[in-house]
Design a protein around this ligand. Structure first.
Ligand code: NI
Length: 229
């Protein structure tokens, strides 16, 4: 299940992020890669434990905490501190096909999570670069994703994925993982579909309609049935 969440950051927030990031020293992206992915990874990252990564990452987590579509899609338990990367055409940056590590530990906070979902938050506009598509493989085939700056995609961390070579300009993004309260991807998908339908019903017939109330109860009981907290 691929889910796009639009406008996680405003355009002015994105501009502020980019201005701050432009003034930073970047390092080889392989510092956070696993053994297999290090072989195919070619990009740069902000130091994961650095002050800038933490401050900007906290701004992303704050924005997500107030985003109903994100909460509905991810049912998040823990969000890993966001990381930041860039792919430059001049350096032939790319990230070949790989799968993300199943468990991630954060050195600073001691947080350790199971990576149920991967997230990419785009910080460059599509016009700024060629190539650099995020390609995610799932049961239904291969999907190419390139979103506007400030928009984010969520996809199962269990899937093979890659970033195609950037052939012009620079692709800047934030990426991170999260552990969901609902481990099973199919159950999570059902919960998201149900919530989306309830929100549409609320718009049409109101939150107080007896059937809306009943379905809202089903939603919460489904979470109660599936959630690990
Ligand atoms: Ni990855």
């Amino acid at each position: 299940m691929l889910i796009c969440v639009a406008d996680v950051l405003s355009k002015s927030d994105v501009a502020d992020f980019r201005r701050i990031m432009d003034g930073c020293v970047w390092e080889d992206g392989r510092s956070t890669a696993g053994a297999q992915s290090a072989l195919v990874k070619s990009n740069e990252q902000l130091p994961p434990d650095g002050e800038v990564s933490r401050q900007l990452g906290n701004r992303i987590i704050s924005a997500l905490s107030a985003n109903p579509r994100f909460i509905s899609a991810a049912v998040p338990l823990h969000i890993f501190p966001p990381l930041f990367n860039r792919y430059a055409a001049a350096d032939g940056h790319r990230f070949g096909i790989h799968v993300d590590n199943a468990v991630r530990g954060d050195r600073l906070t001691g947080l350790r999570i199971r990576t149920d979902l991967s997230a990419t938050l785009f910080l460059s506009e599509p016009e700024e670069y060629d190539g650099g598509e995020l390609v995610v493989e799932d049961f239904y085939g291969s999907h190419e994703i390139k979103l506007s700056a400030g928009d984010m995609v969520l996809y199962p961390a269990s899937g093979l994925h890659m970033v195609t070579p950037v052939t012009r300009g620079m692709r800047v993004a934030s990426f991170f993982w999260l552990q969901s309260m609902v481990r099973d991807v199919h159950a999570r998908s059902l919960i998201f579909d149900l919530d989306t339908a309830i929100q549409a019903l609320v718009e049409r017939i109101g939150r107080d309609d007896p059937q809306t109330v009943k379905l809202t109860g089903v939603y919460h009981n489904l979470i109660r049935y599936c959630a690990e907290v």
